[in-house]
Each structure stands twice: as C-alpha cells, then as structure tokens.
Design a protein around this ligand. Sequence first.
Ligand SMILES: [Fe+2]
Length: 249
Amino acid sequence: MRVLFIGDIVGRAGADRLKSNMKKLVSDYPSDIVVANGENINPKNGITPSEAEALHFAGVDVITLGNHAFRQQSVYAFLDDCPYIVRPANYPSQSPGKGVATVDTPKGTVAVASLAGQVNLDPADNAFYAADRIVNEYKDAFIIIDFHAEATSEKKALGYYLDGRVGCVFGTHTHVQTADERFLPEGTAYITDVGMTGSSESVLGAKKDQAIARFMTRAFVPLEQEESSPEINAVYADTEKKQIVRIKL
Ligand SMILES: [Fe+2]
C-alpha cells in the first residue's frame, strides 16, 4: 500500500499551500490513499462542512481530526453523515461522528482511524484497548492509525503495541515533525509526529508574538493563526517497497 499522510493543516495558509501543491505531491508520491489531519483548518480551529468538502475535492480521501474535532458546531451532523471524516474512535460513542472510515482501493480496503492520546489531552478512553477493538473489527483491511497525542512516549508505545497488526501508526497533534520515520520490526510504518501544514514562522501555527506574550504574562492572550511562510509537512510510506520518507514542501 502507498500512503500519503498530510500533517495537521492549520488555517487558510495551510489549506492554500496544500491545494496549490497537491498535484506535485501526488505526482512525486503516487499513492493509493491520501489522508490529512484537518482539525485546525478553520481560522478558529476545528473544521466546517465546506472546509472538509474542499479538502476532499482537492484529493484528500480521508480527513482525520483530534481534540479540536468539535470546535465548530456546524460540523456535528456532517460528522455523522459524511463517510470520509473521522473523530477520535476512543471518544464516547454518543459523540458526533465516528472513529473509523473505510476506503476501497485497487489494493484492497483501507480503514483509517483516529485515536486520541491520554496524556495532557481531554479525557478519552484508553487508546490501546480502542486500537485492539479496531484491529479486531477491521482485520481484513489495511489499517492506518492517526494517533493524535501529545506525549512522544505514548506514541512510541502505541506504535510498538500495534506493530505488525496495522499498516501505519502516524502521530499528529504536536505540529513539530519528528525525524524518526521508520518501519518497526514487525513491519508497521511509523513516525512519532508528521508535523504541521501551516506557517513555518509561527508557534505551532499561532502568531509568535501572541504565543510569547502568553508564556511571559500568564494573561489570556487570544491566539490568531499566522499565515506567512506556509509549508507542508507530510509522510509517505510504500509498504511493499519498505520505503518511508518525511516530506517538507
Ligand atoms: Fe490537536
């Protein structure tokens, strides 16, 4: 399976950068499935139905979310109905939406799941047991896990826990790309964090002066998205050729 996974898209800068480079990406990295984390694509975080549809139209097969999944109330019904967008599978079953999306490709069915970490994030069920349930339910599919988590330890542990049982474990949420892309011993493609598709002159996508002021004053300083110097962060894995590369574009 050839998988192109785009790191957390932040705001207009990230979305525009991706849209204008999608053709190049797909030609440089021919893929059977394209996944993107879109939970920060709205200027106020979260995602709206029209932003999701535009991303899908641009060539993203499945959109994953995370702790900002429900920031835009207008997306709730869309999350229930739309087949190509997922919120964390370890959120309550009563939450809007679903945690796994399936896509039929020429190489078979792919199941894309989002899971949220437990360290320094909103309460969620244990991701490891939730992953077991997904592996059981989708055992005939090639499974891609977007592990939306803060702690590198939790991400590495889940990668090893699922090694050989899923196709990919790709981390998101920290917005800083890690340099540890690899195939784990039993064959699962892994990276601790794919990184961010947004401004490379920002603090995780936010205007740097506002982020600095927050840290220096403890006052509540609203964070706006920075739009300068946008950059795509992504990872590409060809599981047949055992090739995995980090992308910065
Ligand atoms: Fe996040």
